[in-house]
Write a protein that binds this ligand. Sequence first.
Ligand SMILES: C[S@@+](CC[C@H](N)C(=O)[O-])C[C@H]1O[C@@H](n2cnc3c(N)ncnc32)[C@H](O)[C@@H]1O
Length: 379
Amino acid sequence: MTDAPALRARLVDVLRADGGLTRADLIHAFATVPREVFLADGFHDREQGFLRPDDDGFLDAAYRNDALVTKLDDGRPVSSSSQPSLMALMIEELGVAAGMRVLEIGAGTGYNAALMAAVGADVTSVDVQPDVAARAAAALTAAGVGNARVRVGDGYLGAPEGAPYDRVIVTVGITGVSPHWLAQLRPGGLMVAPIAHAGNNPVLRVWTEPGDGRARPDWPARDDVWADGVCGAGFMAAAGPLGASYPWAHPAPVRADGPIVPTVRVPPRWRQPVDGLRYHDLWFAVGAWDRRATSAPFDGGTGCVLLDETRGGGAAIQADGAILAAGAHAESYAGDAGILLDRWVDLGTPGIERWRAAMVLSGEPEAPIYVPREWALVV
Ligand SMILES: C[S@@+](CC[C@H](N)C(=O)[O-])C[C@H]1O[C@@H](n2cnc3c(N)ncnc32)[C@H](O)[C@@H]1O
């Protein structure tokens, strides 16, 4: 197919079937905002290599429901256009609507900002990379988007000149939420952000308890910030204090060349594996209960692993409930993984949306972030 409106219509069908795109105004936005304009300098396609606008297959690939990497640094993705189904889900979850002021962290290509602008929001989007921000600004102009602007800077500081905002949307993987965003958010405002958890970046909804609407005297430390689970996701990691580690964080994901080879194998417990997002539900629960949980390659795939201190062993939990363990304490890790699996099953296999955590200040002392403290199931 080479006809952009037809490709947009096909994308809309895919996103509606996926279940994350339901609102008429957002359907209209996806059906009219030209994603290809935001990819004018090309992108890395998994199958076809680097694709530029004149290349065969460019337009078709531009309208696939895929994250499209637009910039690599040393082979590592440092900017992209996120997966459209995830954008739809995040925008709907936030309830972005006409007349709202929205702060976006991670402008990337500018496409997500254009979608929110198309539903009538006024968008200020920040990106830390000047070249990326310049391209996004040029694309917004080329697409005729008037109500969205791009700022260059570390998103940690937000964009005070546009405050107060009704909504904050974060489209880069962070370990915690900036107090500046909370200060720039209207009382009762909402935020969605992919916050690191067990080697992934699930999308969380961050909110504060209703106050009296006045500025809080205890800024930045406050005890009324909460996070609720929304859905499993993966995002590239943010630069700067938004990606800071903290004492009870899970280990960094293992990105080893070769998988860890198991010496202990506990057989599958389910004939029907828990599929994609359900596996993320299981993974989230394991991470909520065990600080050793992260992402690692393990005999045939990458998934949820209780990692040992050597980072070369531990126990992997597979989608069919099988456990593969390796390293000096393989037996004991396999046992612990089994206990966590039992717990998830005994509790009725809760989904991510069942979890809530209080957020507390941690990260770098001079640039602190709110991070989830104790996860608990909401009854
Ligand atoms: C996945 S892309 C964002 C996708 C984008 N919303 C779109 O529609 O194309 C993530 C972006 O976050 C930016 N980023 C990383 N760390 C950042 C930070 N500390 N502050 C602001 N932007 C940051 C990167 O430069 C990258 O362009």
